[in-house]
Design a protein around this ligand. Structure first.
Ligand code: MG
Ligand code: MG
Length: 259
């Protein structure tokens, strides 16, 4: 069942989402070669709590971190660790969830650490562009399949692969609500998404095959072929006026942060 949100619910989600956006911006500025993902986690938790939020991921089904930090061929759900040290040329998916006033904001970016090859930058740009296309598809009267089709069109059009076994999700009072949001599908298919629907849309794409494997730690999810993966996410509301992105810095717009 899809829980639709009121205007005041959306405003509270945007307040949680602004903390998420601040945290991601802070981590993107802070990350550099030689730094561990545990250091990033500590920076994130400090900022989130100082801003009046709670790191949603911490303790979720026993997850130990405040963020997920997933380098290179790890797609998502990386546990921050002091022995995962960033190197020049790495890419890193950083995923942040914040709960504030009973509502959750959930957003992710994949950043380049130092210099990365043009082909890697193209992977990141394509993933970000596919998220933007999906957000644009969130118009009143849209169907769930429009979102997946938008992602898939951009990603496969650029020669990359869409991960099939991981999905976005409804989000609101809980981090994971209905519906599941696939990153592939047929435009015009699936349930109608009514105003007040709030979704965490999160394309996960690879430079190789889309098959995944879960690590022995029970969390980290990798590409099976070792190819690089990218991941971008925003929490988005469908409103009568079109999409409202809820995980932005105050005054920011979705299109002004090119990779
Ligand atoms: Mg997330
Ligand atoms: Mg999510």
């Amino acid at each position: 069942m899809i829980h639709r949100k009121s205007q005041s619910d959306l405003d509270r989600m945007a307040a949680a989402g602004a903390i998420v956006a601040e945290t991601l911006a802070l981590l993107a500025e802070s990350a550099r070669p030689g730094m561990s993902t545990l250091e990033l986690d500590e920076i994130a938790e400090r900022h989130i709590r100082a801003a009046g939020g709670v790191p949603t991921f911490k303790g979720y089904r026993g997850f130990p971190g405040s963020i997920c930090a997933s380098p290179n061929d790890m797609i998502v759900h990386g546990i921050p660790a002091d022995d995962v040290v960033l190197a020049d040329g790495d890419i890193l998916s950083i995923d942040v969830g914040v709960t504030r006033q009973g509502f959750v904001g959930d957003s992710a970016v994949t950043i380049a650490i130092g210099d990365v090859p043009d082909a890697t930058r193209a992977l990141l740009r394509t993933c970000q562009a596919s998220l933007f296309a999906a957000v644009e598809a969130c118009q009143p009267g849209c169907r769930l399949g429009d979102i997946g089709a938008a992602v898939q069109g951009v990603v496969e059009g650029a020669g990359f692969a869409v991960v099939r076994d991981l999905v976005g999700h409804g989000v609101g009072r809980s981090m994971h609500e209905d519906p599941q949001v696939r990153n592939y599908g047929e435009a015009g298919s699936g349930p109608l998404l009514k105003p007040g629907t709030t979704l965490a849309i999160e394309p996960m794409i690879t430079a190789g095959a889309y098959d995944i494997r879960i690590d022995d730690d029970g969390w980290s999810i990798f590409t099976t072929d070792g190819s690089l993966a990218a991941h971008f996410e925003h929490t988005v509301a469908i409103t009568d006026d079109g999409p409202r992105v809820l995980t932005l810095l105050d005054g920011d717009s979705i299109v002004n942060r090119p990779i």
